[in-house]
Design a protein around this ligand. Structure first.
Ligand code: ATP
Length: 350
């Protein structure tokens, strides 16, 4: 049985359905991200799990116990918000100690817990500082320390990295993931940042319109998106308007393209990721093209190539020699199984 179970959870604000019949089972020690665009219902879902918003329907259970009507402070959950919500008039140590005092730990127990937690988030030596005397990254560590100090069974993270600069954010993803694994703490992260979700999660719940439209490993969600929404929201992709032909091909304009196996008929979308396309010398691949744009992005080049199928974005790793310039002729090719096929129309909410 799963550790954290969300069943038929829904929230209406007046006539507006913010979260619609959401089901999710999270295993003990698992890290699951709720990933989706602004307004898809991620935060509302997290707030219902935390107990700050009362659900219109459905239940939340932890270890088999229904906690849907339990007050937030009785749920034993650690929470880190985007704003960190530190107490400005308290030192780092006092911020961390607050939850421990509320739980009645003795002074000696508090001391030990604070020292352990400061070491865990690498903040030793800063316990006497006030939040205003810390950098953004340090403040975020205090917020994480405060959530972890109470040894929660469940950790809820609401866009906790979004105020950090890109480099620090990347470091924190790796560090936070290591801490979460080390403690084996069941975690739900809310984010609209797909890299964040992919780096940290065991599984990603892709959300759209108040529902989970795909629940998968990061690799599965990226490589095998099950909807047009998931396909375009996670990573970059080229989308072709096509017609299904048999079960292993599609037709684009008058051109037939072998594809990954599908069971579709009629109008479809065919997707090919930029990094799945190979750039070859003219005549050496199936699709002749002209390079319209060539951008250097550090780890890779991004090309836009005009072809008979339309403009295609192609990503070429920096490790690969790329002799072609803008205006130059190339040939493109890819493996049939990398051309994914999905229905063109989806249910209204997907
Ligand atoms: N108290 C409220 N009253 C009315 N509508 C609300 C309320 N809270 C949220 N909503 C609406 O519910 C929808 C979902 O909001 P929610 O904050 O859960 O989205 P989100 O996916 O977390 O987005 P973001 O990433 O922008 O925070 C939004 O359309 C929002 O406007």
């Amino acid at each position: 049985m799963s550790f954290l179970t969300i069943k038929g959870l829904g929230k209406r604000f007046g006539d507006f359905v913010a979260v619609d019949q959401l089901d999710l089972e999270v295993e003990r020690g698992e890290f699951v991200s709720l990933l989706g665009p602004s307004g898809c219902g991620k935060t509302t879902t997290l707030q219902m799990v935390a107990g700050f918003i009362e659900p219109s329907r459905g239940t939340v259970s932890v270890a088999g116990r229904d906690i849907t009507r339990l007050r937030p402070e009785k749920r034993g959950m650690g929470i880190v918000f985007q704003s960190y919500a530190l107490f400005p008039h308290m030192t780092v140590e006092q911020n961390i100690a607050f939850g421990l005092q509320m739980r009645g730990l003795t002074a000696a127990e508090q001391r030990q817990r604070i020292d352990e937690t400061l070491a865990l988030v690498r903040l030793q030596g800063l316990q006497a500082r006030y939040p205003r005397e810390l950098s953004g990254g340090q403040r975020q560590r205090v917020a994480i320390a405060r959530a972890l100090a109470i040894r929660p069974e469940v950790l809820l993270l609401d866009e906790p990295m979004s105020n950090l600069d890109a480099k620090l954010r990347e470091e924190m993803h790796i560090e936070m993931r290591a801490i979460q694994r080390h403690l084996g703490i069941t975690t739900i992260l809310v984010t609209h940042d797909q890299v964040e979700a992919m780096t940290m999660s065991d599984r990603i719940a892709v959300m759209h319109g108040g529902r989970i439209v795909q629940l998968d490993t990061p690799y599965g969600a990226y490589e095998h998106p099950k909807s047009n929404f998931a396909s375009t929201f996670l990573g970059k992709t080229n989308r072709l308007e096509a017609q299904a032909v048999g079960s292993t091909a599609v037709q684009v304009e008058t051109v037939e393209l072998p594809s990954a196996p599908h069971a579709l008929h009629g109008a479809v979308h065919a997707y090919i990721r930029p990094e799945k396309i190979r750039v070859l010398a003219p005549g050496q691949g199936r699709w002749p093209g002209t390079v319209k744009t060539k951008l250097f992005l550090g780890s890779h080049w991004m090309l836009e190539v005009e072809t008979a199928l339309g403009p295609l974005r192609v990503s070429v790793p920096n490790s690969q020699a790329l002799a072609v310039e803008e205006g130059g002729a190339v040939a493109l090719d890819w493996r049939a199984e990398d051309l994914r096929v999905l229905p063109r129309t989806e249910a209204a909410h997907v």
